[in-house]
Write a protein that binds this ligand. Sequence first.
Ligand code: ADP
Ligand code: MG
Length: 271
Amino acid sequence: MTGTFIVTKEHRRFTEFADAVRKQHTIGICFGPAGVGKTLSARRYAHWDVINSFITTWGERGDDYPKICAAAHRARTVFYTPRISTTTKALENDLDSATTQVDQCASEHLRLHGQTVDHSGRIPWKPFVELVTIDESERLNANCLELMRDRYDRTNVAFILIGMPGIEKQFSHYPQLYSRLGFAHQYRTLGHDELQFVLTRQWKKLGKTLDLDDFTDAQAFATVERITRGNFRLLERLFPQIERVLKINDLDVITNDVIEAARSTLVIGTT
Ligand SMILES: Nc1ncnc2c1ncn2[C@@H]1O[C@H](COP(=O)(O)OP(=O)(O)O)[C@@H](O)[C@H]1O
Ligand SMILES: [Mg+2]
């Protein structure tokens, strides 16, 4: 699974949610269990893999520079993961620099396309960035949440706070923040049909074809579904083990037993 991002229904739902938060300039909460794909969706929405690799080095302008600038201009989003026990000062600095960098990339895109961007007359500088997505937001303490809320009030930027189920209740202790929340979005596990789609790809990766009319395959599918409950991270951990079990036992077919044997090597999270 590593490497290829699959545009799932949950990812599309996340995209709609993020678009709505951004458009309505509000604060949204996205919550869901560990391993369902929240972080990957949010990074993808922000084109963060492309943008971040550039802004962390800041300087090297390779052939993909126009592509990076175009991505920043299109996404207008900062993806941010707070450090553990972050201070308000560090949070403020981090958000300032990430926002400035994405802004610069976005304005570069316009410049590369022949438009002039006049920063001088725009005080306070009106940023391109329209959305800041904060992952692992349970790491933010009361002061950091207050800082974020204040930024939200002072700027034109929308926020999404991502976390585990329960953050929506955690935030209800902060009336100032809570009264500004626009949407709460639940990120769910893969549904039956999507799991089928993902498993078909996994089978293919191992050089096999998943055929649910075949009894063995149908049973194997049911076992994976029961074990992982549609959780992406568990799938990701289970499949290398399946591959290993096949190899060391010189087997060719992914059966129930193979999956159970693979599962037994995974200690955490599958019971
Ligand atoms: N849309 C996706 N396409 C492919 N793999 C995914 C996708 N979403 C999640 N995964 C896999 O599941 C793992 C966990 O996803 P992640 O976004 O970190 O979950 P969360 O943030 O909800 O805990 C990822 O490392 C990745 O391997
Ligand atoms: Mg995550």
